[in-house]
Design a protein around this ligand. Structure first.
Ligand SMILES: [Zn+2]
Length: 242
């Protein structure tokens, strides 16, 4: 991960936290990025704010999900990755970026000593209302977390969004795992954005505007906007002292 130089072996341990609205959002938005961060030595956590029980699949319309059903799917998706999951169990559908939500997220980010925060994009006006609320609340909360040096906003799957990425993470070698992880969300069967075709297409097209040569060479990416990016340079032992 280019912007996170403090994950080097000589520096402090990087702590990456993804704060998402619903139980499948982190896998869709940043599965590969979180896996690459973990492989580089970072401590990685996924904070899922709602239980998602109101998000019934197209195929199961009319069925009521239990509050822990979708959380079990998240646990299965991240099984054996070394990445922690945290569930805040709020009801989905009507989140608001108000004082209780911002305070709750601020407490979680401080507890996890968040360095790099990944959350939803605030600029996709036609995106899910819970995504927009979390984007605003998490970015707001991060301003009062002293360890938080970088905020990345992941690509929404809302058509016609105003998303303009400036940051890419190469996920080529974990793309197959991302496709597999999304199959854990059985309760969401029938949703177009969970299909392997969409995941592979989005990963293949994410780099065209910023890294066309690498994309033409077959690299797959996850794309992000950023509202805060701090470059940290750590001296390695062999570096000459100034
Ligand atoms: Zn969502």
């Amino acid at each position: 991960m280019t912007p996170v130089s403090s994950t080097s072996s000589s520096g402090p341990v990087e702590r990456v936290v993804a704060v998402v609205a619903h139980p499948d959002d982190a896998e869709l938005m940043c599965y590969g990025t979180l896996r690459k961060a973990r492989e580089s030595g970072a401590v990685v956590s996924v904070v899922v704010v709602t239980h998602g029980a109101n998000g019934v699949s197209v195929a199961d319309a009319g069925r009521q999900l239990t509050e822990d059903e979708r959380e079990k799917e998240v646990t299965a998706a991240w099984h054996d990755t070394g990445i922690d999951t945290v569930f805040l169990h709020l009801p989905d559908g009507a989140l608001k970026a108000d004082l209780p939500l911002i305070s709750r997220l601020e407490a979680e980010l401080n507890r996890l000593k968040c360095g790099l925060l990944i959350t939803h994009s605030p600029r996709a006006a036609n995106d899910h209302q819970d995504h927009l609320a979390i984007a605003a609340a998490a970015a707001n909360a991060a301003t009062r977390v002293p360890t938080c040096h970088t905020v990345l906003h992941g690509e929404p799957h809302a058509p016609r969004s105003g998303f303009r990425p400036t940051v890419l993470v190469d996920i080529t070698d974990v793309l197959d795992d991302k496709v597999r992880a999304l199959t854990a969300h059985h309760s969401q069967g029938g949703r177009w954005y969970l299909s392997p075709q969409y995941t592979r297409h989005r990963a293949a097209q994410a780099g065209w505007s910023l890294r066309p040569a690498a994309t033409a060479d077959g690299r797959a990416f996850e794309a992000f906007e950023t509202t805060l990016l701090t470059l940290a340079f750590t001296l390695s032992p062999e570096d000459p002292q100034p």
